[in-house]
Design a protein around this ligand. Structure first.
Ligand code: AMP
Ligand code: MG
Length: 351
């Protein structure tokens, strides 16, 4: 399949033309990759089961993993969801547009393919100007998972979307930096109190300012899916994984550095190439490995933003193993550690 690729500059007339063209393609049942403030999305008309099926095929995504729909305006929510609770309305008022998805009761206009047969649907209003323009031009709700081959780290850069999806989609639009770099916070609003199914940039603390009994689904930070069944079907799948093995070294920072250097030496003895995910504070303390800093430990948002791209960069370098420092599980750190734990398959060494 021929894939048209454009990289948009903000505010230019050309950009508007391209978004109009892409919006029309979505309306006609085609696939369009576009940037958002979380990660790049692979979009199709959420009302059109045939179009949505193509998303699952292009990504190699399991059919039982439902998609999130994206809307541009508050008025649109009522068209696709019903029995919207007061809690959900308060959350929308507070955090939309932005990196938050609400699970709501689905209206039948949304294809069952989009919701993977569930009676609920995830709805998000992105803050990305490109994304919202595209949605408005398409005139339909856009179902969009991350624009990567299923299982791989989500793309936060147009090049990564091209790597994974060129030839499998109709249009790839680039242009905006993904401000957060991790997928949206998912909140189940079909239950009371509301429950966070996936941590993201809208943190538990932020949600609790609006809904003080909100809690995080205990299943999401656990390895075993037999003991704890995650309520978001997608959270049971292997995710965010680069080709190299990922190991997390967790505990006191000084001991972490010592342990990582010790493990590196073992791998070197085995003729293995090692990548280290470090931070500005530690990056000069490692030897005999390819070291990339995610950013300063004082700036957890930059660390989140760089996480997926760094995992992919290590794949480009063809390292055999990636050793990562751990981060404190508070605020946005919960989301970072959730993605990191999954990319490592919960291979954690405590020091
Ligand atoms: P992704 O498209 O990769 O961002 O993943 C979307 C996530 O939202 C997956 O973990 C899905 O299982 C979850 N999700 C989507 N719709 C629903 C729903 N109706 N109920 C619960 N989880 C959902
Ligand atoms: Mg994804």
């Amino acid at each position: 399949m021929y894939t048209k690729i454009v990289n948009l500059n903000k505010d230019d007339i050309e950009a508007d033309k391209a978004l109009k063209e892409a919006g029309e393609l979505i309306q006609k049942g085609k696939l369009v990759v576009f940037p958002t403030e979380t990660v790049y999305g692979l979009g199709a008309n959420a009302e059109d089961g045939k179009a949505v099926t193509k998303i699952f095929e292009a990504k190699g995504r399991p059919q039982d993993n439902p998609l999130i729909i994206h809307v541009a305006d508050f008025e649109d929510v009522d068209k696709y969801a019903k029995n919207i609770s007061e809690s959900a309305k308060r959350l929308m008022q507070e955090f939309w547009p932005g990196p938050m998805t609400l699970i709501l009761e689905k209206k039948s206009i949304i294809s069952d393919v989009t919701s993977a047969g569930l009676t609920s649907v995830g709805v998000r209003m992105p803050s990305s100007r490109i994304a919202r323009k595209l949605i408005r031009y398409s005139g339909v709700p856009i179902a969009a998972p991350s624009a990567n081959i299923s299982g791989r780290p989500s793309p936060t850069d147009i090049q990564r979307c091209i790597e994974d999806l060129n030839g499998k989609v109709d249009y790839i639009i680039g242009g905006e930096n993904c401000e957060f770099g991790l997928e949206s916070t998912i909140i189940d609003c079909t239950v009371n109190p509301v429950c966070i199914l996936r941590p993201g940039a809208i943190t538990l603390e932020m949600v609790r300012k609006v809904e003080n009994n909100a809690y995080i689904d205990p299943a999401i930070m656990k390895k075993s899916t037999t003991e704890f069944k995650p309520k978001a079907p997608g959270m049971k799948y292997k995710h965010y994984a680069p080709k190299a093995d990922v190991k997390i070294i967790s505990g006191d920072l000084k001991k972490t550095i010592e342990k990582i250097n010790e493990i590196v030496q073992n791998y070197i003895d085995d003729n293995k190439k090692v990548g280290i995910m470090a931070t500005d504070e530690t990056k000069d303390k490692y030897k005999n490995a390819s070291v990339i800093s995610l950013g300063s430990r004082n700036d957890i948002y930059t660390i989140g933003k760089n996480l997926f791209e760094t995992l992919r960069e290590f794949d480009d370098q063809k390292v055999d193993v990636i050793l990562s420092e751990a981060f404190s599980e508070e605020g946005f750190g919960v989301a970072i550690m959730n993605r990191l734990n999954k990319s490592a398959g919960f291979d954690i060494i405590n020091v």
